[in-house]
Design a protein around this ligand. Structure first.
Ligand code: IMP
Ligand code: MG
Length: 193
């Protein structure tokens, strides 16, 4: 099966993604270096990837950040196997690292309705994070239903503003497929409608 033939158009190539990931990593390195003792691991951020979608983005991003960061994952489920949300998000695999009094950067593949992110930010706040920032590869502001507020000095980093299409690749799936495509593209609607 050739997954490429299921893609209507490519929105961002692997080279474009790589370039943007480098820019985000430099920005994060710069922003978190200005913390008083950023060279110590106690004030460097914990990068929390939202599984599974953020796995490639997180892997590429952390290799370009020049700070003594830690890495963890959280799994939140609210989507079924299709393209529509089915209910309230819940944590199905929790963090391993204690985030109390730490700066956290949530790494997401895409912010769509905002429901997952607002739930996770509230969760990290309840766990005592010093600040919560968000670094998302894609953002679909037109689809927002739930607003979220960053915590403390938290910042919002975004790779690309995504038009309102269902997109796959570079970690993003449809029914657990297409995550391994090196680019982000629009899935042919006949494949999910
Ligand atoms: P939200 O809670 O509606 O913001 O959705 C968050 C999650 O839905 C993302 O982390 C993705 O896993 C998934 N999602 C939303 N839009 C898309 C898309 O266009 N393609 C693939 N997954 C998506
Ligand atoms: Mg996700």
């Amino acid at each position: 099966m050739d997954l490429n033939s299921h893609i209507e158009k490519i929105l961002w190539t692997d080279q474009e993604i790589s370039q943007r990931v480098s820019e985000l990593a430099s920005q994060i390195t710069q922003d978190f270096s200005t913390n008083s003792d950023s060279s110590s691991s106690s004030s460097a951020p914990i990068m929390v990837g939202v599984a599974t979608g953020a796995f490639l983005f997180l892997a590429d991003l952390v290799r370009k950040i020049q700070l003594p960061i830690s890495v963890d994952f959280v799994r939140i489920e609210s989507y079924g196997s299709g393209t529509v949300s089915c209910g309230k998000p819940k944590i199905t695999c929790d963090l391993k690292i204690d985030v109390r009094d730490k700066h956290v950067i949530v790494v997401e593949d895409i912010v769509d309705t905002g429901s997952t992110l607002s739930f996770l930010i509230e969760y990290l706040k309840s766990k005592g994070s010093l600040s919560v920032s968000v670094c998302t590869l894609l953002n679909k502001p037109e689809r927002r239903k739930v607003n979220f507020e960053l915590v403390g000095s938290g910042k919002f980093y975004c790779g690309f503003e995504c038009p309102d299409y269902f997109v796959v690749g570079y970690g993003l799936d449809f029914a657990e497929l297409y995550r391994n495509l090196p680019y982000v593209g629009v899935l042919k609607p006949e494949l999910y409608q």
